[in-house]
Design a protein around this ligand. Structure first.
Ligand code: HH2
Length: 275
């Protein structure tokens, strides 16, 4: 999954794709690099980020969703927690809603997803982007994340979202200390019992910066290491900025894990969980 942030303030690529033309260009480039899904976002979720009103979020992303829908047969995901935004992008043909809030604030978002027969990503976060890094603390981070995601999975299904449309995400970097992120990445099998595919987003995140003492633009090797280990641990979807590099690493990792080479970039293949 390639990240297209149409924001002025995202932590690693803020402002780069705020112009809709640039965002579409980068999305198309990521598809050529081997992305199977594009995740389009109009609000930064970095720690301490200010919320963006729905109108502004839509102003940023709608032209991008429309243009990519017209130009590309790829799966389009939209990173939003707002029901109004989700309804509007689903009307424009978006395939997936990626909600970092796991639909705690706006459960009516679930009705739109269910009606559209769309995909849904439910992510674990402790608190909100504003508060999440203020002294997060867990007794047992894997158990807490598993319980939270299990509950949100039940709620989504109660609203009529088909279980096979749902992907779960431990929310690396969202209300977690360095050690919590490391434990989660080491223990993805602890979430396998929920029976849904896992998405993992480590790309350029600050836990890598802390280990390497490196700025976001200088975290590629760390991103690749964490992504490959996530794959080996059972992740099905990797959400990344650097599609070309991670895709190539993932193809080699996948071939080792599966015992046979998988399709190179550009050739679509069935997701592993569908086989
Ligand atoms: N991480 C970010 C945003 N959305 N969605 C899911 N499902 N999982 C993630 O790990 C995740 C996410 C943060 O990364 P980025 O989009 O690069 O930064 P920003 O939120 O500052 O735009």
């Amino acid at each position: 999954m390639g990240i297209v942030n149409v924001t002025p303030d995202s932590f690693s690529d803020g402002g780069l794709h705020l112009d809709p033309g640039r965002a579409v260009e980068r999305g198309m480039e990521m598809l050529e690099e081997g992305a199977d899904i594009l995740d389009i976002g109009g609000e930064s979720t970095r720690p301490g980020a200010d919320p963006v009103p729905a109108e502004e979020e839509l102003r940023r992303i709608l032209p991008v969703v429309k243009a990519l829908r017209a130009a590309a047969p790829a799966l389009l995901s939209v990173d939003t927690s707002k029901a109004e935004v989700a309804a509007a992008v689903l009307d424009e043909g978006a395939d997936i809603i990626n909600d970092i809030d796991a639909v705690r604030l706006e459960p009516r978002l679930l009705r739109s997803v269910a009606e559209a027969g769309a995909g849904l990503i439910l992510m674990h976060m402790k608190g909100t982007p504003r508060t999440m890094q203020v002294q997060p603390h867990y007794q047992d981070v894997v158990a807490e994340v598993r319980e939270f995601l299990g509950q949100r999975l039940d709620v989504a299904q109660a609203y009529g979202v088909a279980p096979e449309s749902i992907v779960l995400d431990p929310g690396i970097g969202f209300g977690k200390r360095l050690e919590d992120n490391l434990v989660l990445l080491r223990s993805l099998d602890g979430l396998a019992g929920l029976g849904r595919p896992l998405l993992v987003g480590v790309s350029r995140k600050s836990f890598i910066g802390k280990i390497l003492n490196a700025q976001p633009q200088d975290r590629l090797e760390g991103t690749i290491a964490a992504s490959v280990l996530a794959l080996a641990g059972g992740a099905h979807i990797l959400r990344v900025h650097d599609v070309r590099a991670v895709k190539r690493a993932a193809l080699v990792a996948d071939a080792i894990l599966a015992g046979e080479p998988s399709a190179p970039p550009g050739e679509r293949r069935e997701p592993r969980y569908a086989q």
